[in-house]
Write a protein that binds this ligand. Structure first.
Ligand SMILES: CC(C)(COP(=O)(O)OP(=O)(O)OC[C@H]1O[C@@H](n2cnc3c(N)ncnc32)[C@H](O)[C@@H]1OP(=O)(O)O)[C@@H](O)C(=O)NCCC(=O)NCCS
Length: 149
């Protein structure tokens, strides 16, 4: 286990989050696309996981509706996977959301993101549906977890 330090980081740390995003996901995104998506969002949560000071993972989320918090993006650098870091990030996000009066956490995941499908099941999420993602022309699996479970 890596025993990462998980920190909630302020808006001015968005460049670090975008750097981590671009190490983990393709196609890459620029900071403006994140700023655009943040417009009008309530309770944006940015968290970074560090191992020996090095940023190795991140979580980004915001309110979907008053009862439900949405885990938008999160990931862990390839060299640090399977050490419990995403679980630590998600557990920190669950506690933050619970302490901010949310009842449910929602995730969405493409079928090809197998590690995330595994992680969601291990963390106690239920499949609650699918929706068509017109941008990626693929289905997204919708997961939710009651934060009291
Ligand atoms: C999905 C992801 C965040 C998991 O991060 P991680 O730090 O490796 O996850 P954890 O170590 O906390 O895994 C916890 C459990 O989830 C399951 N799991 C995680 N990755 C898995 C994999 N590749 N295959 C099978 N099970 C997996 C396992 O049960 C694991 O426990 P174990 O290692 O004791 O068997 C990481 O693989 C990643 O960043 N992937 C690319 C980005 C992504 O798809 N993000 C989500 C969409 S927004």
């Amino acid at each position: 286990m890596a025993d990462a330090i998980i920190e909630v980081v302020p808006m001015d740390e968005l460049p670090l989050i975008v750097e981590l995003y671009n190490q983990i996901f393709r196609p890459s995104k620029d900071i403006e696309s994140f700023r655009r998506r943040y417009l009008g969002r309530y309770n944006i949560l940015q968290m970074v996981a560090r191992v020996e000071e090095k940023p190795v993972g991140f979580f980004l989320g915001f309110e979907l509706k008053p009862t439900t918090f949405f885990a938008w993006f999160y990931g862990v650098s390839p060299d640090y996977r399977r050490q419990g870091i995403a679980s630590q990030l998600m557990e920190a996000a669950h506690s933050w959301a619970k302490s901010h009066e949310y009842e449910v956490m929602r995730l969405e995941c493409h079928n090809q993101h197998r590690p995330l499908l595994h992680l969601a099941i291990v963390l106690g999420y239920n499949v609650v549906g699918i929706r068509w993602d017109a941008d990626r022309t693929d289905n997204l699996v919708l997961f939710e977890k009651y934060l009291d479970d």
